[in-house]
Design a protein around this ligand. Structure first.
Ligand code: AMP
Ligand code: MG
Length: 322
């Protein structure tokens, strides 16, 4: 199969209507989209990504009216949050309606659903009479794509079409939130492109972190994920570099280069902001991976704003599988 890249919404629509896969741009990362109501289409997602069957998919819809069709109950606090931050990097996890096939939720009674903020994809969703299931458009466990070219690198020949919407604006996956009926608190299941501070400042209350990697509420939150082929180590560069042959390493600095002559040094943010670092993270991880280094040494981001989600991704990218 030859993979085409283009801007044709009509072609994307026709392919999706025939249960084919199309990579779509969003503000977070590129998604690998399929008709969420077609079992044939959904099973192609799992095949192409080599994704474990227990890892459920996020539904993408055009607006809140559509969203309500696929959940059986929407607590008002979550609805207020959705009205404020959607379209945007906010996914809500709620009891599913009967319309949602079990394969999408990996058998769970809850569905994860969001309204992506990208003009091409929002237009596409408006022409479709089904929601799109769309995990990130990469091989399972690898770095998420933030451009059409990144999608092509991993999925060339495996999908018919990539809808090219340019570089993604946010660069990290969505923040997944749920709701605790008893404490009436917002639960954070996955850190992502919407910061905890933004949610708390808007709601004027604290949220509860519910991120457990061993018995995860969101089974996709595995310990190892977002991995480069080159081994990635995260921490203080001065310490990490001690027992390395420095001619063989690349460094991903947060804001400033170091005084080492290594293969190459990258900087996540020139303006010293966590939002800029988030936007650059996955692209720079891919570029660092191509340097032929023995190791990628990377600094932690400040633990604030999107820095928390960046550090979550770095932790998983550096998790030692042995
Ligand atoms: P991805 O789209 O590749 O970023 O992965 C989506 C992630 O959303 C999954 O790995 C899960 O962690 C989470 N997720 C999606 N649907 C559900 C669900 N029904 N229940 C719990 N977690 C979900
Ligand atoms: Mg993913």
């Amino acid at each position: 199969m030859e993979t085409q890249i283009g801007h044709e919404i009509e072609l994307a629509k026709q392919l999706l209507e025939h249960s084919e896969l199309v990579a779509i741009p969003t503000e977070t990362v590129y998604g690998l989209a399929a008709n969420a109501l077609s079992l044939e289409a959904i099973s192609k997602i799992y095949q192409v990504k080599n994704r474990p069957q227990f890892n459920p998919l996020i539904l993408h819809v055009a607006n809140v009216t559509e969203m309500k069709k696929y959940v059986s109950h929407l607590p008002s606090k979550l609805e207020i949050l959705i009205q404020k931050f959607s379209p945007g990097p906010l996914t809500v996890l709620l009891p599913k309606s009967d319309l949602v096939p079990d394969i999408v939720t990996a058998g769970s009674s809850k569905v994860a659903i969001r309204i992506p903020n990208h003009p091409l994809t929002l237009e596409l969703l408006q022409y479709l009479d089904f929601p799109l299931a769309a995990p990130s458009a990469n091989i399972s466990g690898r770095v998420s794509p933030t451009s059409a070219e990144h999608v092509l690198e991993q999925l060339s020949g495996k999908i018919p079409y990539i809808l090219d919407g340019g570089e993604t604006k946010i660069g990290l996956e969505s923040t997944i939130v749920g709701y605790d009926l008893i404490s009436q608190q917002i639960l954070i299941h996955r850190l992502g492109g919407l910061s905890i501070e933004d949610i708390e400042e808007f709601l004027l209350e604290k949220v509860k972190l519910n991120i457990h990697h061993d018995t995860p509420e969101t089974p996709g939150q595995l310990k190892s994920h977002y991995a480069t082929s080159t081994e990635l180590l995260v921490g203080e560069i001065d310490e990490l570099i001690l027992d390395k042959t420095i001619e063989n390493v690349v460094i991903i600095n947060y804001h400033k280069t170091k005084d080492y002559s290594v293969i190459k040094q990258f900087i996540l943010t020139t303006q010293n902001t966590t939002t800029e670092a988030a936007k650059n993270l996955f692209r720079i991880m891919r570029e660092a991976d191509k340097c032929g280094a023995s190791h990628i040494l990377c600094e932690w981001a400040p633990n604030e704003g999107l820095g928390k989600a960046i550090n979550d991704r770095l932790k998983k990218a550096s998790f030692n599988k042995t």
